[in-house]
Each structure stands twice: as C-alpha cells, then as structure tokens.
Design a protein around this ligand. Structure first.
Ligand SMILES: [Zn+2]
Length: 270
C-alpha cells in the first residue's frame, strides 16, 4: 500500500472524526441552553432556606442545583422525553389549553406539577424524589422560555431560520440562550447581577402565580416579542428586536429562579 493512499485514508478518518465531534457538540434544538439553566439554578440556590439547602445536599446528594440543571436534556433523547420540555400551542391561540395542546399530559406544563407531587411525597423512594427534583430544576426553566410555548406549526420557532452574527441559526435557538449577552461574566456572576436587580415586590408578585400562569406569560411573550416583531423576509433581527428580547430573557431567567426557589422551599419544608 502506498504512502499516498495511507495518507488519504488518514485524512478521511480525521474528517469523519471531526464531523462526529461537531454533531456531538451541537446544541439540541428545543432546550433552554445549559448556560440558561445554570443561571436559573444559581438564582434559586441563593434563595433557598438553609434547611432546604441542607436537605438537598444530605438527602439527595446534590451539592449544587446548577450541577444538575441540564441533566434532563442529557437523557431526553435516550428516554424519548423530548415533548416533556415544552408545550406547542395551536397557531393564533393566545393561551395554553391542556385538552387541545397537551391531551396526554406529556408536556412541560403538566410535568411540573407531576414531579412536584413526587418530590413532596415522603412515601416515594428517595431515588424517585431525587429524579423529580432534577426534572423540576430543569423544567421550571423551560416553561419560562417564551418559545417553549411557541406555535405547533413552526415547532416553537425551530423552523424559522435566521442569520445572527454571521451564523445560520433559528429563532428558537436564539431565545434558548443564543441572545444571552454575558459580556465576559461567569454564569454565577451573571445570575448574581440578575438577582440583584429583582425588586422584593416583583418577586412577591411572581411567587403568587401558578404553573399555568407561568406558561401563559410565556405564550403571550412568544406572540408579542418573539414572533410579532420579526422583520419580514430579511432573515435577520434588527437591533431593537435584540435589545427587547435580551431584556425579556433576563426577566424570564430571574422569574424562573425566584419561582424555583419558592417551589423547593415549599416542597421540602419541615
Ligand atoms: Zn429542556
């Protein structure tokens, strides 16, 4: 066998390896990004009652909520749980309706109360409660991403292609985290900055709403801020769209963090 042929084979192998690496590293469509989930978990963690934090560490061996925040995305494909992460709503409808949009209960709006019940029930096996906690840390984030209550017809914006910063992407991915502007800050720092801007009276108001209302907030934002102002035909977002979207994403991350903390403080209270 000639050296030239060997060299060519080696090159082909490298190319295959590179393609595989790109595929494995590509973020999966339809998931609030791992960074967004970590930010939410950091905000929640800072608001846990000390005894609840201790219980999460001692009873469930979870040192930090941020470490388990993206776990549900890592098993979604293998366990065929993709639909648990969102709820697609019929186009033109301004609110989520279980019978129409999630008749089997296999969507994020119904999975949250389900796993909350499992977590609060001391009769459940500890492994099940631990798993429920990890799902909740993740799903409370997902239900706050406006396009997780997007249109069924475009798969929550996944089918709307756009160019952003010179790269082809889609509307869903941008709202999942592509638009988050960290300006060099760590995720913890980003979370602390967001949390520091939350006014106590806003937090109190956020805590009064239930899961159905969180979902409908997302639905309204999907219509008014994600789909509504899309520039027609250009395939590119204008500056005003991006500035507004970033403000909304920041607010949704903060709301998710505050509400997750409240849910865990209640479910795991003495
Ligand atoms: Zn998800």
């Amino acid at each position: 066998m000639s050296h030239a042929l060997n060299g060519r084979r080696l090159k082909v192998r490298w190319r295959i390896a590179l393609c595989l690496a790109v595929l494995l590293l590509a973020p999966e469509a339809g998931a609030f990004s791992p960074s967004a989930h970590r930010i939410i978990a950091h905000i929640a963690e800072g608001r846990l009652k000390p005894e609840v934090k201790r219980r999460i560490q001692n009873d469930f061996s979870i040192k930090s909520l941020a470490d388990v925040a993206a776990w549900a995305d890592t098993v979604r494909k293998r366990l065929a749980q993709g639909p648990w992460h969102y709820a697609n709503v019929r186009e033109g409808e301004s609110a989520y309706l279980k019978d129409r949009d999630c008749p089997t209960g296999e969507c994020v709006v119904e999975k949250i109360p389900h796993f909350k019940r499992v977590l609060e029930d001391p009769g459940q096996p500890p492994g099940k409660r631990r798993e429920a906690l990890m799902y909740l840390v993740h799903f409370v984030g997902d239900v706050h991403q406006p396009l997780h209550l997007g249109n069924l017809s475009d798969r929550g914006g996944n089918r709307i292609s756009l160019t952003y910063r010179g790269r082809m992407t889609n509307l869903h991915a941008l709202w999942d985290g592509g638009l988050i502007h960290r300006r060099g800050r760590s995720l913890l720092q980003y979370a602390q900055d967001l949390d520091g801007r939350v006014r106590p009276r806003d937090a109190a108001e956020w805590r009064e709403k239930d899961v159905g209302e969180w979902a409908n907030e997302s639905r309204r934002l999907a219509l008014s801020a994600a789909y509504g102002p899309l520039p027609a035909g250009s395939g590119r977002l204008d500056k005003r769209y991006i500035v507004t979207a970033r403000q909304i994403i920041d607010q949704r991350l903060a709301q998710a963090g505050v509400r997750l903390a409240q849910m865990l403080n209640t479910a795991l209270a003495d």
